[in-house]
Design a binder for this molecule. Structure first.
Ligand SMILES: *Cc1c(COP(=O)(O)O)cnc(C)c1O
Length: 448
């Protein structure tokens, strides 16, 4: 490592003096001068020393088309020449109007989702879905319906309501006394469920039993469709989502699909629900909605839900100052247009294949326990050669990711699961370089 420039050192020190980083054990953070990313270009990030890195996790799962994409930049500049922000409380605005129509069309081919409630983070999109689901039943006079069913190892964001629906002990345990009481069922990922390949049937039976035991008390079931992201890229068996939809319909409870991570191409379709032709009652969108440019989120709802809020005394009293921000909506429209013009989804097949064959190749590494993939969402479980987990204190996953930087790759683990989340539009050469670098990093790290 060369000595950093004075500018880099000043920024590193100022960061460590004042910035409290998300999801970060800060004692460890303060031990090492941070990497300071200053610019981006396509699918690369560039630090203050001018070093380039492939953005292997899409800047935490949100980037879609790359960085500094000319037409997205232009859409922002054009909107900036009109206005940056006006409120949606009592007023309307062109970007939020145009985007809402396009979102329901993109998300709901069956036309079931018709209404868009904006906010600014995945957590708020879920918080809003939960409050709408709860109040929906209150508005219909079913006051006893106050409970939610959610999945263990699930993640829905970090506000209190979203944490209440979250099932990741490391993140959520300390807050339990603060939270509303959710009914948790097992994750149907065969790698974490004791029933293995029988996981889907076992979990559906568990959901059904919970709905029977709490008849008339459940407002909604919350699910990350197809993949539980933050839980460790836990992929669900094919058909599980479709069967869950059928079950919730039969038992007359709402289904909330949290597509915050899976939406906008990440799974190989525009939305994960589309793989199984599922129309949820509420759908949560964020991360990729603006192509990864600006914070924006949306909670989509059916007309039936919307109608339960029409009477003045049934109003949904919820909103955020920046709800439907004009700049964010303008770039989200440009992102959706780019999806169509560049045929992003249609062109993902070979890239998904390339990732699959890479994973097949590294399966023989002694320290690769197993891998999971859904489209561009990848988890690589690392373990000792005998399959036993590493000592968590060794932070093996983090160490491998730090080593990847020497190969010009930025990735971030979930415990000892390496996560790859290339942008849906990543070009083939960059994707090949990313995979090659990750393979070499793993090989090198465990060669000892
Ligand atoms: C990231 C994520 C969230 C939270 O989104 P934020 O924008 O970070 O609040 C919610 N649900 C899922 C499935 C996520 O992956």
């Amino acid at each position: 490592m060369t000595t950093p420039t004075a500018k880099t050192r000043r920024l590193q020190q100022a960061d460590q003096a004042h910035v409290w980083h998300p999801f970060t054990p800060m004692r460890l953070w303060l031990d090492t001068p941070p990497l300071v990313i200053e610019r981006g270009e396509g699918f690369c990030l560039i630090d203050t020393e001018g070093r380039r890195y492939i953005d292997g996790v899409s800047s935490l799962w949100c980037n879609v088309h790359g960085h500094r994409v000319a037409e997205l930049d232009a859409a922002l500049r054009e909107q900036l020449d009109r206005i940056a922000h006006t409120t949606l409380l009592g007023l309307a605005g062109p970007p939020s109007i145009e985007l809402a129509g396009r979102l329901v069309k993109a998300a709901s081919p069956g036309g079931g989702l018709t209404r868009v409630f904006y906010s600014d983070a995945g957590a708020t999109a879920v918080e809003i879905a939960a409050k709408i689901a709860y109040q929906y039943w209150q508005n219909l006079g079913q006051a006893r319906r106050t409970r939610f069913i959610a999945f263990r190892e699930g993640y829905h964001g970090d506000t209190i309501g979203s944490v209440s629906l979250g099932g990741i002990d490391t993140f959520h345990r300390v807050y339990r006394p603060l939270l509303f009481e959710t009914i948790f069922v097992a994750s149907p990922c065969p790698h974490v469920h004791p029933a293995g390949d029988g996981a889907a049937a076992a979990v559906l039976a568990e959901v059904d039993a919970a709905l029977a035991a709490h008849a008339g008390e459940v407002c909604a079931v919350t699910v990350e469709p197809l993949v539980q992201g933050a839980g460790g890229i836990l992929t669900h068996p094919a058909g599980f989502l479709r069967d869950l939809r059928e079950l919730t319909r039969r038992r007359d409870v709402l289904l909330i699909a949290d597509e915050v991570a899976t939406g906008f191409g990440r799974t190989g379709r525009m939305f994960a629900c589309h793989h199984e032709a599922v129309e949820p009652d509420l759908m949560c969108l964020a991360k990729g909605i603006t192509g990864g440019y600006l914070p924006l989120a949306a909670t989509l709802a059916t007309e039936a839900i919307f109608e339960a809020f029409l009477a003045p005394d049934k109003t949904f009293y919820h909103g955020h100052t920046y709800t439907g921000n004009a700049l964010a909506c303008a770039v989200a429209i440009a992102s959706l247009e780019r999806f169509q013009r560049e045929r992003i989804i249609e062109r993902m097949g070979p890239k998904i294949e390339r990732i699959a064959s890479f994973l097949g190749g590294i399966a023989s590494c002694p320290n690769v326990l197993r891998t999971r993939q859904c489209g561009m969402m990848v988890g690589i479980d690392l373990a000792l050669p005998d399959g036993e987990p590493f000592d968590p204190a060794a932070r093996t996953g983090a160490a491998v990711c730090t080593r990847a930087r020497e190969h010009g790759i930025l990735i971030r683990p979930l415990g000892d699961t390496l996560v790859l989340m290339p942008a849906p539009a990543m070009d083939d050469a960059t994707l090949a370089a990313l995979l090659e670098g990750v393979g070499r990093t793993i090989e090198e790290h465990f060669r000892g």
